[in-house]
Design a protein around this ligand. Structure first.
Ligand SMILES: [Zn+2]
Length: 373
């Protein structure tokens, strides 16, 4: 138990357990290969394509012409800024209120809006959301699934209802961080890709089993293909058109949209400016560590190695120090309150999903036993 060696990317430390990751003959993961390929992409051509798309959809009648889903975080603020000020579009920003919001996330969202944006917030029924979140936590170890579904479905439905033809998400994380490369060479995706790639194929229709009606699940059930066709929706990611650089986004969002970072580092890593919208993100990261043996720090280290800001050896030290940090007591209390679970029930979920090949429970806490080579 817990003695197998976890294979890792020879460049960035991302382990083979990451869903949909692939390695080349030199043991380099697809995110690192992509980081090299990105240097050869004709970004000028892709930038022109973005302008063409914007020209095609730019509003002539005073309506909004694109939706930018926003959280108040660095990437979405940056995309909204670019769409509005560089590409001269008329974006409607849509914020999907997360469960257990972090105060810093709320503050950043307010500062972002104050910097000059039209924004609506959708609060999908919290009782439905909680029930779905609990089900997906216990069944799949995925506490964020209810919200992540809203971030897809409620955005699509808002676009259709407001008759807004273009949806501009931020990063296409699969290509960027080592997942499927299906969207590597095409800017658009559809509901089927959304379900398969972003919701791990977990069809929201199954939430009907929880006893909710289709009406109550409005912000979770995908629109029909007919509705999508009528809406003539184009769904895309900004990261297709520009060399995606989260650190650059952080700087721009700070300067142009009032973004502030946490004063301390996020739990389980050394950075302080990413994913600060919900406490559940930390739970999601901890479960990722339990299931796959890597946490938020490994993900951050990968980004920094790929952008040339960190050596692999330094990365190893950081991963050893931060990855898989058990959530702090005050967070555990928030989780128990939110999911209406006792501490023991929550720990039982952790035990259920812990990867017993690479982790071992030592003094009550799951630890990675595999050496980091
Ligand atoms: Zn890699």
């Amino acid at each position: 138990m817990g003695v197998a060696l976890l294979q890792r990317c020879t460049k960035c430390l991302m382990p083979a357990t990451r869903p949909r990751i692939t390695f080349n003959n030199e043991g380099v993961c697809n995110a690192c290969t992509w980081a090299e390929e990105k240097k050869k992409i004709d970004w000028t051509a892709r930038g022109s394509l973005l302008k063409e798309i914007c020209d095609k959809y730019r509003s002539q009648n005073g309506n909004f012409d694109c939706i930018v889903p926003v959280s108040g975080g660095k990437d979405s603020s940056y995309v909204a800024y670019m769409m509005k000020h560089e590409l001269k579009m008329n974006p409607l920003c849509v914020h999907i209120a997360p469960p257990t919001p972090m105060p810093i996330g709320d503050e950043n969202l307010q500062r972002f809006i104050q910097s000059g944006y039209d924004c609506i917030t959708i609060h999908a029924n919290p009782m439905v959301s909680q029930a779905i979140a609990k089900k997906t936590l216990v069944e799949f170890g995925q506490p964020l699934m209810a919200w992540m579904t809203n971030v897809q479905v409620a955005i699509f439905k808002t676009a259709i209802n407001f008759k807004i033809p273009l949806i501009m998400f931020g990063e296409e994380g699969e290509t960027e961080y080592g997942g499927t490369d299906k969207l590597k060479s095409t800017p658009y995706y559809d509901f089927e890709d959304s379900l398969k790639i972003y919701l791990s194929g977990i069809d929201p229709k199954k939430y009907i089993d929880l006893g909710f009606s289709e009406n109550e699940l409005y912000f979770w059930l995908y629109p029909s293909m007919d509705e999508a066709k009528k809406g003539n929706l184009a769904i895309t990611h900004f990261s297709f058109f520009e060399n995606w650089d989260p650190y650059h986004h952080y700087l721009v969002a700070k300067e142009k949209c009032g973004l502030k970072e946490r004063t301390d580092a996020s739990v389980g890593t050394y950075t302080n400016f990413a994913q600060t919208d919900t406490f559940l993100y930390d739970l999601h990261s901890y479960l990722m560590f339990l299931k796959f043996g890597f946490g938020r720090c490994t993900a951050d280290v990968g980004i920094d190695i790929r952008r040339g800001a960190l050596e692999r050896e330094q990365g190893k030290h950081l991963v050893k120090r931060f990855d898989g940090h058990y959530p702090p007591e005050e967070y555990i209390k928030i989780y128990c309150d939110y999911f209406q679970m006792t501490r023991n029930e929550l720990d039982a979920v952790f035990d259920k999903f812990a990867n017993k090949t690479y982790l071992e429970k030592i003094n009550g806490a799951w630890k990675l036993t595999s050496e980091i080579l």
